[in-house]
Design a protein around this ligand. Structure first.
Ligand code: ADP
Ligand code: ADP
Length: 223
């Protein structure tokens, strides 16, 4: 789906990403782990087309020169949901739905369906982001991304602000959704158990480099 070839990113003096080469296979879930500051978010932002890196990024085999077409096929969820503060949760979620050719009723039906899956109720959907908890905002962000039926879902610590019980529940729901839709996922997490739960493949980052890549089982076996 994505193929990175010697991709690097600098912010002024800071090297956020050293040359990284990486493949993201279609339909698979790739999990980025590593200490804070190791470049995980930067890598995700490269895939989202939000940072212009050096090196080559391919999408579906083609070198990406214009991100507009690619972005339409991506859902990117940042840690706090990235919601527009002046719109209610429902308005945030419905925002681009008409672009998929849905009418109002279809949009509402899809919102209800996804809200059910992510355990958001009607009252919460009608609140503004400032009136929602961190975990609720994250869930609204996930619903907003899923509304657009992206081929690739980029998730930055999607479950980090949730309490443990909802977290386990939502992890299950999210995995089911991902598997049902066949969505390709790149997920950043601090949690090894989350990494094990979600991933086909783990990428361990440190100091802007990929230091290890493989299945969870391979990571367990490694010294
Ligand atoms: P390896 O030979 O490195 O052990 P495999 O090709 O046997 O890896 O794949 C093992 C698992 O990891 C499979 O489920 C595969 O879909 C997944 N996988 C391999 N490479 C990637 C990748 N770049 N992105 C996502 N998933 C991957
Ligand atoms: P992680 O997601 O693993 O915590 P990041 O990708 O956020 O790591 O950060 C990688 C490095 O790049 C860190 O040293 C961080 O301080 C730096 N960095 C990230 N974003 C910026 C920015 N906008 N401006 C300057 N430095 C940044």
């Amino acid at each position: 789906m994505f193929s990175l070839n010697n991709v690097s990113v600098r912010y002024g003096e800071t090297v956020a990403l050293r040359p990284v080469s990486l493949d993201v296979r279609p339909g698979a879930t790739l999990v980025l782990i590593g200490p804070s500051g190791s470049g995980k978010t930067t890598l995700l932002r490269v895939l989202a087309g939000l940072v212009a890196p050096e090196g080559e990024v391919r999408f579906d085999g083609e070198v990406v020169t214009d991100w507009r077409g690619v972005r339409r096929r991506l859902g990117y969820v940042v840690q706090d949901g990235g919601l527009f503060p002046h719109l209610t949760a429902r308005e945030n979620v419905a925002l681009m739905s008409h672009e998929l050719g849905r009418d109002r009723a279809e949009t509402e039906a899809r919102i209800e369906e996804l809200a059910d899956l992510t355990h958001l109720n009607r009252a919460q959907l009608d609140r503004y982001p400032a009136e929602l908890s961190g975990g609720q905002k994250q869930r609204v962000g996930i619903v907003r991304a899923l509304m657009l039926e992206p081929d690739v879902l980029l998730l930055d610590e999607p479950l980090s602000a949730l309490d443990p019980i909802i977290r386990a529940e939502l992890a299950k729901e999210l995995k089911t959704i991902i598997e049902t839709l066949g969505t390709t996922v790149v997920l950043v997490t601090h949690s090894l158990s989350e990494a094990q739960f979600f991933s086909d493949r783990l990428v361990l980052m440190r100091g802007g480099s990929v230091v290890q890549e493989g299945s969870y089982e391979e990571f367990e076996r490694a010294p």
